[in-house]
Design a protein around this ligand. Structure first.
Ligand SMILES: C[S@@+](CC[C@H](N)C(=O)[O-])C[C@H]1O[C@@H](n2cnc3c(N)ncnc32)[C@H](O)[C@@H]1O
Length: 246
């Protein structure tokens, strides 16, 4: 049977994922708000509450930024003299970010097109890196973690917000039904795309490492895990990791 969504295990997953996000880019923000019932913005704020204290002039980097929601929420929190850089490998997604900037919310982030597997920055460039609902979509997540660790300064933080398969409970049974049955139908109606991004979403979450496995991948990338905080019965997890003091 021909697939109408990216295969999370395909060798050319990156190309398929980029095409999928390009096709849903015009409706991506609307879909996020409707399908998460507004909770996505609350989870992003929880993530930003874990940013480290910044030294004068330090910068923060949001990768897999999509339409820039994390970068735009972060900019006014940092204050004078700090810059936000934000990138995505799908030009159609990141192209929507600048039009969402508001002058009253401080200096706009620097948006660019780049791949999470090869960031265009020298080692130790940033005090923190963030990624919301992006790591699961990357072709090679351990390589993206190593790349994030490389560009962090000593004691810099990596904050990851990502879906997770919730532990078994009455909630997980209900959630599974919503995630595999309702969400793909509503997503298909609202996205206006031929590609079933909202069939790919639950499949990619079920294929993604558990929090324990991700903690091991973070350690392998040279980072220490400080916190793994579940939201919504474990359907979303905030991972906080830090580069050692070297
Ligand atoms: C679900 S969206 C998340 C966007 C945003 N962070 C948010 O919170 O709404 C995932 C994004 O990851 C991007 N992405 C996937 N693989 C990537 C890679 N290798 N390098 C850069 N961006 C990537 C996609 O293009 C997409 O915009």
């Amino acid at each position: 049977m021909t697939r109408t969504s990216p295969d999370p295990a395909a060798p050319d997953k990156g190309r398929e994922v980029r095409g999928m996000f390009a096709s849903i880019a015009p409706r991506y923000d609307l879909l996020n708000r409707v399908l998460s019932m507004g909770l996505d913005q609350r989870w992003r704020r929880e993530m930003l509450a874990r940013l480290p204290e910044l030294q004068p002039g330090e910068r923060v980097f949001d990768f897999c930024t999509g339409t820039g929601d994390v970068a735009l929420a972060m900019a006014p929190l940092l204050g004078e003299g700090h810059a936000v850089h934000a990138s995505d490998f799908c030009e159609a997604m990141v192209a929507r970010a600048p039009e969402k900037c508001r002058p009253e919310r401080g200096a706009p982030p620097h948006f660019l097109v780049s791949d999470a597997l090869a960031q265009p920055y020298p080692d130790r460039s940033f005090a923190a890196a963030t990624v919301a609902f992006g790591l699961r979509n990357v072709q090679d997540p351990p390589a993206a973690l190593r790349e994030a660790a490389r560009i962090l300064r000593p004691k810099g933080r990596l904050l990851i917000l990502e879906f997770s398969k919730p532990p078994r409970s009455w909630f997980s049974a209900f959630y599974r039904f919503y995630f595999f049955r309702i969400l793909p139908l509503v997503g298909r109606m609202l996205s206006g795309s031929e590609i079933d991004a909202y069939r790919y979403l639950p499949e990619s979450v079920w294929a993604f490492p558990t929090p324990e496995e991700l903690a091991r991948e973070l350690e392998s990338a040279g980072l220490s895990v400080l916190e793994q905080r579940p939201f919504l019965g474990g359907a979303v997890v905030l991972h906080v990791a830090e580069r050692p003091d070297t």
